[in-house]
Design a binder for this molecule. Structure first.
Ligand code: GLU
Length: 483
């Protein structure tokens, strides 16, 4: 089969993490199957348009490494397909269903529909268009309907759902789904302003674009029976359907803005690596093996399949995301990390540092931090002399006799040939042993004087990166001004 899938977002302002998961699964599936993945902007709802939303969506998708086929924006010849540029087409197809009797004309005003819903609510029945009592072709007759339209009445087109039929389809993730027509609304296909609804435009486009697999979020599952009926009404073959599990907050409620960020761009701005973020998103509902969680993008493409997608909701666990970011921080190539961090330096008041030094500092600190940019905050002392010294750390490690103990060690370090780890370590150990001290009696004061902070990487490693001149300068300054 020539696999063709699509990501079909509505441009509502930003790319939701759930949208990225859908886009990613479509993309990975296409890559895995040697197929094509296209982008279709579903902007039929003109009331929900947001300026720049499309550019913003594409920016976030591209950040994540998802490039679509057939798109001129990204080098192809066609697309992204934009539904608002295709309105006439949907109208033509909608009218075709009137002609073949699978859809009908309805003339109800919004007040009449509100009244109908109110009656249904009072009677305790689920809201649903009541074809037998409302104003439509069936109750008014074809002639009267036409007369009203000719006199300027507005109308919409509704799908004629057969109440007594069962609608069946097979979901690749959930298995067989059966719904009775009685539970499906006579969906509006063309609105009174002539614009199509999502359902009509979506089905027409999936057919015309030869989509083989519709892979989308579970929230669209209730729409699928209507789509199956539409395919039948047109006499078209249905694509295969796969509905992806919901994304959940930690408390198992549906993932919502109220419990944290849901926009992909926010995660990018927070400093998550795209590699880590995409890896994390890929595992929200799909697990190729139980014993492994880190996958490169290429490995995701090579292993992705729909059979291993779960039915049950997937928890969006930011702690796991942080852990994963740390894993990537430790494994991404150093020169890549240096390039990523360099622009951030501009935001800080640090002296220009060379790539080699920046690389050494990243290596020094990467085991202890979650985000690359933490190098600049957690390890600020690698780029500037301490502006302050943690008061509680001073109180804890600087005793009455510390100046006396530490001064000869500073002098010994001053006469070192270099500041390599082993050199300063040996000098310090020799000094400690000769004076009946413990390493901690001197290491904490050294850390305080050189970094101003109580936490950091190994002290001898830190001193090696900072270099002899800088360390001695800081030690002398502290003894002169603070002790
Ligand atoms: N436009 C829908 C959305 O915003 C697409 C649903 C589908 O993939 O059919 O998610």
């Amino acid at each position: 089969m020539n696999v063709r899938v699509r990501f079909a977002p509505s441009p509502t302002g930003y790319l939701h993490v759930g949208g990225l998961r859908t886009a990613l699964y479509n993309y990975l599936f296409a890559k895995n199957q040697g197929g094509k993945c296209i982008l279709r902007i579903e902007d039929t709802d003109r009331t929900r348009l947001v300026e720049n939303a499309q550019a913003n969506l594409i920016k976030s998708l591209r950040w994540a490494g998802i490039e679509f086929d057939e798109s001129p924006e990204i080098g192809g010849d066609y697309g992204p397909y934009i539904q608002s540029e295709r309105f006439d087409l949907y109208k033509k197809y909608g009218m075709q269903l009137i002609e073949n009797g699978t859809a009908y004309i309805a003339l109800d005003t919004s007040e009449e529909l509100d009244a109908m819903r109110e009656r249904q609510q009072k009677a305790g029945i689920a809201p649903k268009y009541d074809r037998t009592v409302m104003r439509n072709e069936f109750t008014l007759g074809k002639e009267e309907t036409q007369r009203l339209i000719d006199n300027g009445a507005t109308y919409c087109i509704r799908l004629k759902v057969p109440a007594n039929e069962e609608i069946r389809f097979n979901d690749l993730i959930r298995g067989p789904v059966v719904v009775t027509g009685r539970d499906v609304d006579d969906q509006i296909l063309l609105k009174s302003d002539g614009f199509p609804t999502y359902h009509l435009a979506n089905v027409v486009d999936d057919h015309l674009m030869a989509i083989t697999h519709v892979i989308r979020g579970e929230e669209w599952l209730p729409s699928t029976p209507k789509h199956v009926l539409l395919y039948q009404a047109f006499g078209w073959e249905c694509p295969l359907f796969a509905h992806l599990p919901l994304l959940l907050n930690k408390d198992k409620s549906k993932l919502s803005k109220r419990q944290g960020s849901v926009a992909v761009e926010d995660f990018a701005a927070q400093g998550y690596f795209k590699e880590a973020f995409v890896n994390f998103i890929a595992l929200l509902g799909w697990n190729p093996t139980a014993d492994r969680e880190i996958f490169t993008f290429q490995e995701l493409c090579d292993t992705f399949n729909l059979e291993k997608v779960n039915k049950s909701g997937a928890v969006f666990d930011t702690q796991k995301l942080d852990w994963m970011n740390g894993q990537y921080l430790r494994s991404l190539p150093l020169d890549y990390l240096v390039e990523l961090l360099k622009p951030e330096l501009a935001n800080y008041d640090y002296a220009e540092v060379c790539d080699k030094y920046l690389g050494e500092v990243i290596n020094l600190l990467k085991e202890r931090i979650t985000f690359l940019k933490d190098v600049l905050t957690f390890g600020n002392y690698m780029f500037e002399k301490p502006k302050e010294y943690e008061p509680t750390y001073i109180a804890k490690v600087w005793k009455d006799n510390t100046t006396t103990i530490i001064t000869p060690l500073i002098d010994a370090l001053r006469s070192a040939d270099d500041f390599l780890h082993d050199t300063t370590h040996d000098i310090t150990m020799k000094y400690v042993d000769a004076n009946g001290l413990k390493l901690k009696d001197v290491i904490h004061p050294l850390r305080l004087m050189i970094t101003g902070k109580s936490v950091g990487a190994g002290m001898f490693e830190t001193m090696a990166v900072l270099g002899k001149d800088e360390c001695i300068e800081r030690l002398d300054y502290f003894i002169k001004t603070k002790s």
